[in-house]
Design a protein around this ligand. Structure first.
Ligand SMILES: C[S@@+](CC[C@H](N)C(=O)[O-])C[C@H]1O[C@@H](n2cnc3c(N)ncnc32)[C@H](O)[C@@H]1O
Length: 297
């Protein structure tokens, strides 16, 4: 991403979450009234408040439905983690993620750490303050970090300084970020996450397939042209077949790995699910490998 410009893709996905309000009830999986103000004036084409009762044009509607599904599957992971007693959440590349506001009730007593590039996080904090939401986001501890420029192994120390307890389970959510990073930053990031993950910690990731990067379909190519123009090109994808071994060698057991298209088919009526998540988008949930912790203890 560009050094001094808040992430435009963060603005876009936040707006798409809010545009969910324009979908019919049967296609609504999440509600995020907070996203649009972060995006307004972001310079991303097409980001403007939707007119009341607007019928979303088809390409926008596909993105809005995609964000409904992507957000919902990770919301469910978060709620399961909290229901199981988890009290620490790290949002890596948090952008304008509003989970700390959307789940303020469920997250009472929990610590939410939002880690992001200084340009994006600075914009987020200014908007929160302007909208007098900073009090309601009080559970959030903000940590700025450039994943490409700063050593990832030092991030655990920065989180600890912000109040993170590496002895307690942590859910790390890495939503909509991996595709924008280099392979080196990805590797260093997962090793860093492992460093702050105690037993029963989890890592939830969204990613695109290596195929989408190396053999892009026409729609993927068109998307990538737009993203390059926004200064945030797709750079990295995993091969789903290799992911379990890749994660295992970094101390995580893969528990779930699904296409967003399959999740859309599970969660949405068929006529809305069609065409959602067709750009090679997937999500994965991994758990910290406890045997390695025992062996290394
Ligand atoms: C598409 S947005 C996703 C934001 C958020 N997770 C969501 O789903 O709404 C990508 C995020 O990755 C962050 N990001 C990209 N490259 C980064 C880097 N090198 N260092 C820190 N953050 C970065 C951006 O600032 C942005 O918030």
């Amino acid at each position: 991403m560009r050094e001094t410009t808040p992430s435009r893709t963060a603005a876009w996905v936040a707006a798409c979450r809010s545009y969910g309000a324009a979908l019919p009830d049967e296609a609504r999986l999440i509600d995020d009234p907070y996203g649009l103000p972060f995006a307004t004036g972001s310079g991303m084409p097409g980001v403007a408040p939707p007119a009341a009762a607007v019928r979303l044009p088809t390409p926008l509607r596909s993105w809005v439905l995609y964000m409904q599904v992507r957000t919902r599957v990770l919301d469910d992971v978060l709620l399961d983690f909290v229901a199981g007693g988890g009290r620490q959440v790290v949002l890596l590349g948090a952008g304008y993620d509003a989970r700390a506001l959307r789940f303020a009730g469920e997250l009472v007593g929990a610590r939410v750490f939002e880690v992001d590039h200084p340009a994006t996080q600075g914009h987020k904090r200014r908007v929160l303050a302007r909208r007098r939401l900073d009090d309601r986001a009080a559970a959030v501890r903000f940590v700025t970090w450039d994943f490409e420029a700063r050593p990832m192994h030092e991030l655990a120390g920065a989180l600890a300084a912000a109040g993170h307890d590496a002895a307690a389970p942590t859910l790390t959510i890495w939503e909509g970020v991996t595709m924008y990073l280099t392979e080196d930053a990805i590797d260093a990031s997962v090793r860093a996450v492992r460093g702050w993950s105690s037993p029963r910690s989890q890592l939830a990731i969204t990613y695109v397939t290596r195929d989408a990067i190396e053999r892009p379909s026409l729609p993927v190519r068109a998307t990538r042209v737009l993203l390059r123009g926004a200064g945030e090109p797709w750079r990295f994808g995993w091969d789903p077949g290799a992911l379990p071994g890749w994660l295992a060698s970094r101390g995580f057991d893969l528990h779930r790995d699904a296409t967003i298209a399959a999740e859309a088919a599970r969660l949405l009526p068929a006529r809305y699910a069609r065409g959602v998540g067709t750009l090679g988008q997937r999500y994965a949930l991994a758990q910290m490998t406890e045997s390695i912790a025992v062996a290394g203890a």
